[in-house]
Ligand binder design. Sequence first.
Ligand code: CU
Length: 153
Amino acid sequence: MCTLAFGGCADDGDGADDDDHDHSESDVDCSQEPRAEPYVMGWTKSGAIVDVTFVSSNPAPPGKTENAWQMLVVDRATATPIDGATLEVVPIMPDHNHGTTKDAIVTPAAGLPGHYDITPVLLHMAGYWEATLNLTLADGRTDSVMFNLCIDN
Ligand SMILES: [Cu+2]
């Protein structure tokens, strides 16, 4: 039995990814989720080295589906767009101890300095998600930012 108690859902030991949540999504009310921030174009999170900004989301706001995001990465010190970075997006639902079931592909957006297309960001369940972006810059430095968002049913 999987509950929403602190610590999330225990693994049932079958070795499989637990996609068979039995907790309800129907009572998700994002207006009552204090951990989440509303999606807006231009939503920016700062790491130690970089600022990462939502240029677009399709759909907008992000939904319970395969989302296509475009992000802008700039150097915080110089406000210069950063090309040549390696990005990885890791969405998790901390209340349920699970991630997503699909890896997003990240590609530099042609002709747009510092812009990266990230798709599909599969948020397959309504509720509170934390999408962490791990970045490795061309010079080997690493940074990360986290977007805290709620997905409506
Ligand atoms: Cu979940």
